[in-house]
Design a binder for this molecule. Structure first.
Ligand code: SIN
Length: 532
């Protein structure tokens, strides 16, 4: 078999907390795993950017009572649009998963108090201090712990600089009509672009797990890593896999505002949990005018209140006053402290200019508690999946926990069903899947053209499919993105495949699908805020 064609038992696409947890769970159970990701190392996604932390359990509260209290907070933040089964699953499995996978297996050393107990913090929408953190670089600490274990595991093969182009399925790819007409459309792996050689590769996989992360980069302002362009939902859509809740894009209230830059680093909500307050340009605290929970209202409420205030005052940003935070700022919030200092703001002396930015995708590929999708052979976990946990709006610090719990559950499930060692894809079917046909000989991936297409997508999504949506804005976005999608297909028809082109197609498809869902849902709820 050539190096551009291989057949593996388990292919995991994406290497954040979800992908790494699933890989380790499987490998520890004795299964061989191929883990691919688009970046040069494992940490190219959103996981290492997470600041706040991961939900654990409130101190001195009986386990059942704490699980019920957390369920309540998740349901309130999600406007009770949540999948109750997923909520219960997370609240019951969460603490053990954190203990077993993150603390014991990955060795993550969360911050402790002087008496040795965990230092638990709080964020918007939480009724208790129950969030574990490592200063304000919790995601980085988790990522480093997991990545170190993944890299040394003899049963995990990692391929970096490999971007998934499309899923392989029986109906779309088998050359043999016997398979094309079978009633079951099964996932058979993926076509993948090796960015080092520039060659597309065929990875046949008995079981494929999508852990491709978020989609925030289709919006002009986003806290997401550069690669978060919605690859998973885009490929799943093209393969005909069931998607859900795509209209629910969560905007984080506080990203750092820099006048001359589109960079929008996160300013963790844990700062408000520790006493910071939002102010307008005159120094007035405004959140209590919008919600009795004030600065600790759930994110959808705070982001929408901020947009209203910015429009009312005609200002491009608001301010986070951190003078009420009791801890030493450079020690407790070193990431925020340093990124502000880099642009000349000393947060010990002045408030932080902030704006809302696209942050977390509550929708995605519909899955059950094992990460199974509607397509046999295909699983999805982490941000690209929609378990229904978040409903219409995600509660802070649930995302890392969801990724770990579902990564573990998916890994355990796949370990069980692969125990017999039998191949799930018959040899004849594998042989019926052709390699990628590399016909293009034009070179249209001119960076100027690609940059302009991205600018169109991001401006359209921010202005028409952003924090507040109207029917006419959504119709404009729908028409514009449909036209762009057609144009991209015509224009790049004969262009040789490349990473910028793969990302552009994923981004355009993801933006179009989000817009379509937003247009179809006239009801304002949670982070889908329809003015009319
Ligand atoms: C934050 O630190 O505010 C982000 C954490 C999260 O998105 O849950």
């Amino acid at each position: 078999m050539s190096s551009t064609r291989r057949h593996v038992t388990i292919l995991i696409i994406g290497s954040g907390i979800a992908g790494c947890t699933a890989a380790l769970t499987l490998a520890d159970a004795g299964r061989d795993v191929l883990l691919i990701n688009a970046g040069p190392d494992l940490d190219d996604g959103n996981t290492p950017l997470a600041q706040g932390g991961i939900i654990y359990k409130a101190a001195d509260t009986p386990r059942d009572a704490e699980a019920r209290a957390l369920e309540h907070d998740i349901l309130v933040a999600g406007h009770r649009y949540n999948n109750n089964r997923a909520v219960r699953f997370l609240c019951r499995q969460g603490p053990d998963c954190v203990d077993n996978v993150l603390i014991e297996r990955a060795g993550v050393d969360f911050d402790r108090n002087e008496d040795g107990t965990y230092n638990l913090t709080r964020e918007g929408g939480h009724g208790a201090h129950r969030i574990l953190h490592k200063a304000d670089y919790s995601g980085r600490a988790l990522m480093d712990g997991l990545a170190a274990q993944v890299k040394i595991h003899p049963r995990i093969t990692c391929l970096h600089n490999h971007s998934a182009i499309d899923l392989l399925t029986t109906h779309h790819h088998a050359k043999n009509s016997q398979y094309r007409y079978s009633v079951t459309n099964r996932c058979l792996g993926a076509y993948v672009l090796n960015a080092e050689t520039g060659e597309p590769e065929t990875i046949l996989a008995d079981w494929t797990v999508l852990a491709t992360g978020g989609v925030g980069q289709v919006f002009l302002h986003s806290t997401n890593a550069p690669g978060c362009v919605g690859a998973g939902i885009s490929m799943a859509f093209r393969a005909g896999v069931e998607l859900a809740n795509l209209e629910f894009m969560q905007f984080h209230p506080t990203a750092l505002y820099e006048e001359r830059s589109y960079r929008r680093p996160l300013i963790t909500e844990a700062m408000r949990g520790e006493g910071a307050r939002l102010l307008d340009d005159r120094g007035d605290a405004f959140m209590l005018r919008h919600d009795k929970r004030g600065d600790l209202a759930p994110r959808d409420v705070v982001a929408q209140a901020m947009v209203e205030e910015m429009l009312r005052r005609g200002v491009p940003c608001l301010y986070l006053d951190v003078s009420g935070v009791k801890q030493d700022l450079p020690t407790r919030f070193p990431t925020v402290f340093n990124q502000c200092l880099e642009i000349g703001i000393d947060i010990r002396k002045e408030p932080i200019p902030v704006v809302p930015a696209a942050h977390y995708f509550c929708g995605g590929i519909l899955t059950d508690t094992f990460g199974r999708t509607s397509m046999p052979g295909l699983y999805a976990i982490g941000e690209c999946a929609c378990t229904g946990l978040h409903g219409a709006n995600r509660l802070a610090s649930t995302s890392l926990l969801e990724a770990a719990v579902w990564g573990q559950s998916c890994g355990q499930h796949l370990a069980r069903i692969t125990a017999s060692g039998r191949e799930a894809i018959p040899r004849a079917l594998a042989a019926a899947i052709p390699d990628w046909r590399h016909e293009g000989n034009e070179h249209h991936d001119d960076p100027a053209l690609v940059a302009q297409d991205w600018a169109n997508i991001r401006n359209t999504m921010w202005n028409y499919v952003g924090i507040s949506r109207t029917a006419s804005r959504l119709h404009r976005a729908f028409d514009d993105l449909r036209a762009l999608s057609r144009h991209l297909h015509d224009f790049y028809k004969n262009t040789a495949i490349s990473k910028p082109i793969v990302d552009l197609f994923h981004g355009c498809q993801a933006a179009y699908s989000i817009t379509q869902s937003a247009l179809r849902n006239p009801r304002s709820l949670g982070c889908h805020h329809r003015i009319n």
